[in-house]
Ligand binder design. Structure first.
Ligand code: GLN
Length: 197
């Protein structure tokens, strides 16, 4: 079986996510094909979707302009998995508390952008993430935090008393970047195991 995974690539580099997806799929004896999503028409053929970090205002604007946003919404309505990381989570949420972000409303959470302060723009923390076993080396880069969660949302991890990994149905969202340390357990959780956590 081949997993076709779309990585939203309207901004930035997708290589690390592609490697993590390939490793996670290989762990399940599956081949994977990573499709870089920069235009409409590709998401409907994807089994799984990754919304990476970057700049949430820019990403959300491009998703609307290119007509990709409604395809992502349909993907989630069909119950297919999504992993939204950092800016991806801001784009996926219901309330980014910022009018410049055209949120998709896929995860019922309110987020606070750049929540961890200027002095701690980026840091790495060993995070207990529900469903992944030993602490996960989580890299935070100008990361958001979740400030409110809806009733359907499960909190998978917290840092400093704030939710930083959440799940709602087929969507897993992380405030951190799970692709930067060569550890693919979060990709594995989102694409292969989220439904059974
Ligand atoms: N600070 C960025 C934003 O608010 C997110 C940073 C990231 O994705 N690493 O859009």
């Amino acid at each position: 079986m081949t997993l076709t995974a779309g990585v939203v690539a309207v901004q930035g580099d997708v290589t690390e996510h592609a490697r993590a997806i390939e490793r996670a799929a290989a762990g399940h004896g599956q081949d994977s094909e990573v499709v870089e999503v920069r235009e409409s028409g590709l998401v409907p053929d994807c089994d799984a979707l990754l919304m990476p970090g970057g700049e949430s205002t820019t990403i959300s604007r491009l998703l609307r302009r290119e007509g990709i946003a409604p395809e992502v919404e349909a993907h989630v309505e069909a119950g297919k998995p999504v992993l939204a990381t950092c800016a991806g989570l801001i784009v996926a949420c219901t309330d980014p508390q910022d009018d410049r972000v055209n949120e998709l409303g896929l995860v019922d959470v309110t987020v606070e952008r750049n929540a961890f302060g200027r002095q701690r723009d980026s840091f790495e923390a060993p995070l207990d993430v529900r469903g992944v076993g030993d602490p996960f080396p989580a890299v935070f880069i100008r990361a958001p935090a979740v400030s409110e969660v809806g009733p359907e949302v499960e909190i998978l991890a917290e840092w400093d008393g704030r939710p930083v990994a959440v799940r709602q149905g087929p969507v897993v969202g992380t405030a951190f970047h799970p692709e930067l340390t060569g550890d693919s357990r979060v990709h594995d959780l989102a694409f292969f195991e989220a439904a059974t956590v």
